[in-house]
Design a protein around this ligand. Sequence first.
Ligand code: SAM
Length: 232
Amino acid sequence: KLSQRLQTVAEYIPEGSRIADIGSDHAYLPCHVVKKGKVSYAIAGEVVEGPFQSAKKQVEAEGLSDRIDVRKGNGLEVISNDEVDCITIAGMGGALIASILDSGEAKLTNVKRLILQPNLSAKSIRLWLLEHGWQLVAEEILEEDGKIYEILVAEKGEPNKPYHNMNIAASLLMGPFLIEQKKVPFVKKWRSEVANWKRILGRLEEAAENEDNQKKRMELSNKILLVEEVLD
Ligand code: SAM
């Protein structure tokens, strides 16, 4: 059975689309949506040999080889320009997802929707989207097996729109939609981040005073204030 995390990614795939799932590992996501009939054709991209073989095995075992192409390569290099209209990238760091989008930007001309699930640093993705003409249209947050996951959905449009009337620093860090929703896992995630930053701050305050230490303390205090203001 598909994890709740990947199920939530799947829910945002438009009916009838052609997708590329980059960093697909076992290709569970493309197999699921193709089997359901939601997606007519999928590419599963993998850069590492082991996961690439797992993806091929899974697709063959499920008898989906005619509708899912498993391709080996780095990021978006496995797709050409007009093959897909939706891209999913899940289970990696936000900085890596942003760098995959950045290196493959030329492949995005016909892509209508990006569905991204960073394991950390969703901020790197929000920044990239904002600077490259992609508008966040939805965000999700969920807890599964003690871990908290964020999902970001973007389409071409007005990248500034979700940030209107919002504190830009806070909403890039925490997510404009997630701030509005303030769901239980969101509050839990940021309370735990703040507690962690406060612990670090406490240690820095005990350590010897120097310029670097002072700078780090400033940054941490600012982040704590920013997040606490949203949570309160
Ligand atoms: N997407 C699946 C999921 O969310 O369950 C698998 C996540 S797995 C933790 C991350 C996968 O991304 C690994 O199999 C890794 O080999 C692959 N990966 C990392 N960097 C990549 C890149 N630049 N291009 C393609 N795949 C990549």
